[in-house]
Design a protein around this ligand. Structure first.
Ligand SMILES: NC(=O)c1ccc[n+]([C@@H]2O[C@H](COP(=O)([O-])OP(=O)(O)OC[C@H]3O[C@@H](n4cnc5c(N)ncnc54)[C@H](OP(=O)(O)O)[C@@H]3O)[C@@H](O)[C@H]2O)c1
Length: 407
């Protein structure tokens, strides 16, 4: 006898989080449009009163809610039995995420999240990848601003290279040309947790600098990858560049996509990310500020002061106005095998971390629930599992476009 069809397409677990609440608002609007695709959805979290409050705020009292603490395996199992896909925004994932991954991998429930914590993804891969492959659960981490734009920008530029020249691009450089938005308490908590774990653990520090840490054990990659640590003027792009904090997760997801796509980008593929700056002074100022923050955050008393008195707390983040005024514009540069230059642009119409992330994560989950039935169980990346179907959804419904600008 086949298993009963779950009641829901998607459940937003962590619906009371800063980003979860934006997703609720987005889904309410998305599903109420004329000609909207039918979506069966519910919300979940650990605190029933908070769930009732966020439902009421969005006039969503008719939407079902499920109560489950992140450590309650039985409650998570009962939640997973009711849905095709669970979306989790319960982070830091390294602190709260493992039991849900275990339950999804064992029960064959599909899963998407927003983690930017490579050390946690690596630990989950080691423990649950084989389990997910056997149960058929499709697990997709990093389905927000990290790392969908990077993963899809590289995917499209490499598709273009293959179609134009028959060969993949040997090197792609991603440069953030414009970005406007802020950070939430949840993101800050996740960053501080990685810094705290790394400051205590030399093996973890080694793991975090490995660009291929998320690739399967038998991967063939050996190429030394550029890691931007300082401001510099880049001759070939004619820009001032500086470190981009999200490169630490994005570059690793892109290399995993290469491996999952059967080395489509080549065994010697080079990929790096940086932010562009208008002037050298700006590039150096931001680089030094970021360096000082990272050094401060690695010292416990300073980290505690930053978390308590300076940075946003869990549940806080950019205002609605800041989200609407936000945007991002990322460019992917390469020289094709025939000597021509090619550029892909990935653009978003909201602040990257929240307004755009909420739309990207929701559409990634819907794409997983509805568009890719042939993708098998295992730990996937957005580009390897969802690629063209997600690109189409993002352009139509999420204000995120991937465009070949020049070739
Ligand atoms: N990849 C990206 O681009 C991206 C962008 C934005 C955010 N993020 C990540 O997404 C995550 C969420 O960020 P945020 O700012 O929205 O976080 P947040 O506002 O701090 O929310 C955290 C959520 O976790 C829930 N939670 C905490 N402990 C729990 C437990 N034991 N059981 C069940 N739920 C529990 C909280 O529930 P209560 O409300 O009941 O406390 C809340 O819903 C963070 O890890 C952040 O780093 C990633």
């Amino acid at each position: 006898m086949s298993a009963p069809t779950p009641a829901f397409d998607i459940i937003i677990y962590g619906a009371t989080s800063f980003v979860g609440q934006i997703m609720l608002e987005y889904l309410a609007e998305y599903t109420s449009q004329q000609d909207a695709e039918p979506v069966k959805w519910a919300v979940a979290g650990r605190d029933e009163q908070k769930l009732l409050a966020v439902k009421a705020q969005n006039s969503l009292s008719h939407i079902e809610h499920i109560v489950a603490d992140a450590s309650d395996e039985a409650a998570l199992n009962s939640m997973c039995a009711q849905t095709k896909v669970v979306i989790s925004t319960v982070g830091p994932y390294a602190l709260y995420g493992e039991t849900l991954i275990k339950v999804c991998a064992e029960s064959g429930t599909d899963y998407c999240d927003l983690t930017g914590e490579p050390q946690w993804i690596k630990a989950m891969l080691d423990k649950y990848e084989d389990v997910a492959k056997s149960s058929g659960a499709r697990i997709i981490n990093s389905a927000g601003f990290d790392s969908i734009p990077s993963d899809l920008g590289v995917y499209v530029l490499q598709q273009h290279a293959l179609e134009t020249t028959g060969k993949p691009a040997f090197q792609i450089k991603m440069r953030v040309r414009k970005i406007k938005g802020g950070a939430s308490g949840g993101t800050i908590a996740s960053m501080l947790n990685v810094v705290e774990e790394a400051s205590k653990n030399p093996a973890l520090r080694k793991l975090l600098v490995n660009p291929y840490v998320l690739c399967p054990a038998e991967h063939p990659y050996k190429q030394y990858q550029t890691n931007h640590k300082k401001a510099q003027f880049e001759e070939d792009t004619q820009m001032w560049i500086m470190p981009f904090i999200m490169a630490a997760i994005n570059e690793r997801i892109v290399h995993r996509s290469n491996a999952l796509l059967g080395n489509r980008y080549g065994e010697h593929f080079l990929y790096d990310e940086a932010m562009s700056a208008k002037k050298g002074l700006q590039a150096w100022g931001i680089t030094l500020g970021l360096g000082a923050f990272m050094v401060g955050a690695s010292i416990k008393p300073i980290r505690n002061i930053l978390a308590k008195h300076v940075l946003p707390k869990p549940g806080e983040g950019p205002s609605k106005e800041e989200q609407l005024a936000g945007m991002f514009d990322m460019r992917f540069y390469t020289t094709l095998d025939n000597g021509e230059k090619a550029v892909v642009q990935v653009k978003g119409d909201r602040d990257p971390g929240y307004g755009s992330t909420a739309k990207m994560l929701t559409q990634a989950a819907l794409c997983l629930a509805k568009d890719v039935p042939d993708v098998s169980g295992g730990f996937w990346t957005p580009a390897a599992a969802l690629n063209d179907a997600l690109i189409q959804r993002l352009a139509l419904h999420a204000g995120v476009t991937v465009t070949i600008l020049a070739s």
